[in-house]
Design a protein around this ligand. Structure first.
Ligand code: LRH
Ligand code: MN
Ligand code: MN
Length: 386
């Protein structure tokens, strides 16, 4: 397959952000299986992320989660990243792990708790100022477990008030990305359960507010690519939290459970002109039983392969078949692209970039896995189940 210069350029400019928390220990609420050699500090998480970028060439930024990645000196953390060819990416807020937030954070009935949660969100913007990060990612676990527990509409008012205060605080070039999730930990009603709710808030806030699509946050059978197409059409897609799910919010490797869905999503991204720095391609995963760094390398490659396949769709042939109402022909054009083996193209591209064409093998040979086991004692948990 001879890729067009446009396809090569698109693949060369794509950047996939890895999450700091994927490098640390994690598990389910039943058990964290600690691994040897995991990072003990946010600085060491960056050291691992640098290996992912070194072998793939397309993972130059790392998302932080506060307070999991709280440090005294964020400028030093930025420097540490820069020295390893990385930059700090989205700052993820965390208002879901303190006792005070039992009934919610920014939607809590008590104004004292709401003020505390807002204070944390504003602190995250301060951190962005120090790190040079442009995106604040907001996910709220807020919701209720029982009908009547709290007033749905009043909680939306409280949410809108907090979001407006954060929006006001954003500086030049900074954005806020609002993430939705249909349930968990709230089981009856979640305050930001779906893209419609997130979109409504972002629309009211203004152009710096965008919606984040976490692929694991939908009910089974949801047509996620439709959501992507719609948000892109409205100029409101801020980015992705990529992962795979079989059942609920499984946080497995992106492209592992349903590579065809990932292809369909990436096709809508390409179709909607979303392969730009305006759309953040982030991973949000936890590697509970598999070795973490290779799992992240594999995930980055899965996104890259789905992107390459989406770029291989013969747009003219597809448009012609669609215009003729050729149902099977149109479907065949899309499936041809999905079935294209893009791995030779990506190997060739990596060679052009001066990288080993096989990132997984190169990582295995690098000796990094053995080195961190020898050098790091008492690694850190990501924060989940800590
Ligand atoms: C919530 C979520 C959100 C959090 C992350 C750790 O399920 O997807 O993005 O910040 O997990
Ligand atoms: Mn997420
Ligand atoms: Mn999630």
């Amino acid at each position: 397959m001879t890729p067009s210069p446009a396809v090569k350029a698109a693949l060369s400019s794509q950047a996939i952000e890895t999450p700091s928390w994927a490098y640390g220990n994690s598990g389910t609420r039943f058990k964290v299986f600690a691994q040897e050699g995991v990072p003990r500090t946010p600085f060491e998480k960056l050291d691992d992320a640098a290996r992912v970028h070194a072998h793939t060439g397309v993972a130059p930024t790392v998302a932080l989660h506060i307070p999991w990645d709280r440090v005294d000196d964020y400028a030093a953390l930025s420097d540490h990243a820069r020295e390893r060819g990385l930059r700090l990416g989205a700052v993820n807020s965390n208002v879901f792990q303190e006792d005070d937030y039992k009934l919610g954070s920014v939607t809590h009935p008590d104004p004292v708790v709401r003020r505390k949660a807002l204070g944390h969100l504003l602190e995250c913007v301060d951190i962005m100022d120090a790190t040079g990060s442009t995106d604040l990612k907001l996910w709220f676990s807020d919701g209720t477990n029982y009908p009547g527990q709290d007033d749905i509409r009043t909680r939306q008012d409280r949410l809108a008030e907090a979001l407006a205060a954060v929006y006001e605080r954003l500086g030049e070039g900074q954005r806020m990305l609002l993430e939705y999730k249909f349930f968990e930990p709230a089981f009856y009603m979640t305050d930001v359960p779906d893209w419609g709710t997130a979109y409504a808030h972002c629309l009211k806030l203004g152009p710096k507010a965008r919606v984040v699509v976490d692929t694991g946050h939908h009910a089974p059978g949801t047509n996620i690519e439709f959501i992507v197409a719609t948000l892109l059409r409205e100029g409101k897609l801020g980015g992705f939290d990529f992962n795979s799910r079989f059942y609920a919010d499984d946080d497995l490797m992106v492209g592992a459970a349903d590579p065809f869905q990932l292809f369909r999503i990436m096709y809508e991204v390409v179709r909607g002109g979303g392969l730009t720095p305006d759309v953040a391609f982030m991973l949000d995963q936890c590697h509970n039983i598999e070795p973490k760094i290779p799992a992240i390398i594999r995930s980055v490659m899965n996104v890259q392969e789905a992107t390459a396949k989406a770029l291989s769709v013969d747009a003219d042939a597809l448009a012609a078949a669609q215009a003729e109402g050729d149902v099977l022909g149109a479907n065949e054009v899309l499936m041809d692209a999905y079935h294209t083996d893009v791995r030779p193209l990506l190997r060739a591209l990596r060679e052009e970039w001066g990288l080993d064409p096989e990132p997984m093998a190169a990582y295995r040979r690098s000796g990094w896995a053995e080195r961190i086991v020898a050098e790091r004692q008492g690694g850190q948990q990501a924060g989940w189940g800590a």
